[in-house]
Design a protein around this ligand. Structure first.
Ligand code: SF4
Length: 365
């Protein structure tokens, strides 16, 4: 397949692995931020092929996984209301809340629908003026611009029956929080290429400078990851801590101006809870005051929730790279993709799901 096979060439992969082996003179620990990158690394076994001593730490960049339990519980509370049509991407339907999930609510009669674009939710609102249509707006800087566009579109249409349940999170505050942790082992980051396609990489420059940690904007194919790891190792070996761009075919330093403009119009930065990590200062987005009428939390008054995690789930430690799924006593036993206890086992980008799909059992890296 053109434009894909080129990035999966085994011969080039072996060459990059050879260069890595010749470059690394000591152990290095590198975090891939994005769950999509984790999946490629684990599915292809790249993390196990790396030269001895180069260890990948799997980061928090799975949008489904970091959505806090309170948001899920709010989603259930809204979806269970009569007259509400609750819309979401498919992954979110199976993520367990404190007592149930959206799929179970749908089985009990709630109008919960999977959509493939947030604009589909706006269309449903247009076609069903007698129903309150809510879209669950989660994820990173990648999904937020499309959700901002739906609010602008709904405002233009004068839709009074459309709202967003917002739980957007931002990557740089999470990287900063990880680096501030005295137990942090991360020596370099592979930044998420799609986030940087929107935001560029300017906001990573002060992080690299302040914490003296190399950041390589990296794509998602096997050769992208191997090249990103090599670029990070070269910097580490040379004692540099720059922001470099492996994903040049999609990312430029300033990012996408129009997407950033939509974000700035519709959202504002706020403190935001990350599932398993806690509340990060300036860690997410909320609707700007001009668009507060589209805020489902206000509309349905579902602010306060009493949310309780499963006591066996160590998702927080998984998301910060402190533990591996195989360290969790529920992994593969009580918790499987069919019976997930936590979000990292649900999402296609979750580390637990990636390990399970690859049949990982021992304490491999
Ligand atoms: S295996 Fe399941 S219970 Fe354990 S950390 Fe992962 S999601 Fe949570």
């Amino acid at each position: 397949m053109k434009y894909l096979d080129e990035y999966r060439d085994p011969a080039l992969g072996r060459e990059l692995l050879g260069r890595l082996a010749r470059t690394a003179s000591r152990p290095w620990r590198i975090m891939e931020v994005c769950g999509g990158q984790t999946h490629t690394l684990v599915r292809q076994g790249i993390d196990e092929l790396l030269p001895a001593g180069i260890r990948m730490i799997h980061g928090p960049g799975c949008p489904v996984c970091v959505t806090p339990l309170e948001t899920l519980d709010r989603a259930m509370a809204v979806a269970a209301r009569p007259g509400v049509t609750f819309t979401s991407f498919g992954d979110m339907l199976r993520v367990p809340g404190s007592t149930t999930d959206l799929l179970a609510l749908r089985a009990r009669g709630a109008d919960v629908r999977v959509v493939y674009s947030p604009m589909e939710a706006v269309r449903i609102a247009e076609e069903n003026p007698d129903r309150e249509v809510v879209f669950l707006a989660v994820g990173f800087e990648t999904t937020a611009p499309a959700n901002a566009m739906t609010v602008l579109h709904a405002a233009r249409l004068g839709l009074a029956n459309f709202s967003l349940l917002v739980s957007h999170v931002l990557v740089p505050p999470a990287m900063t929080a990880l680096l501030e942790d005295p137990d942090c082992e991360v020596e370099a980051f592979l930044a998420a290429g799609h986030v940087c396609a929107v935001m560029g990489w300017r906001e990573y420059e002060p992080i690299a400078e302040r914490y003296q940690v190399p950041v390589v904007v990296t794509g998602f194919e096997p050769l992208d990851l191997l090249e990103g790891i090599l670029m990070a190792v070269v910097q580490l070996e040379e004692g540099r801590y720059d922001v470099e761009n492996q994903y040049a075919r999609a990312v430029r330093r300033r990012g996408n101006d129009e997407a950033q403009l939509a974000l700035a119009r519709v959202f504002r930065v706020t403190d935001r809870a990350w599932r398993g990590i806690g509340t990060l200062p300036a860690g997410g987005l909320e609707l700007a005051p001009e668009y507060a009428a589209f805020d489902a939390v206000r509309r349905f008054e579902v602010g306060a929730q009493h949310s309780v995690e499963d006591p066996d789930c160590i998702a927080g430690a998984i998301l910060t790279g402190a533990r591996l799924p195989t360290d969790c006593r529920a992994y593969g036993i009580r918790c499987t993709p069919r019976t997930p206890l936590g979000a990292p086992m649900v999402s296609s980008e979750g580390t637990c799901a990636a390990f399970h799909a690859a049949g990982r059992t021992g304490s491999t890296p």
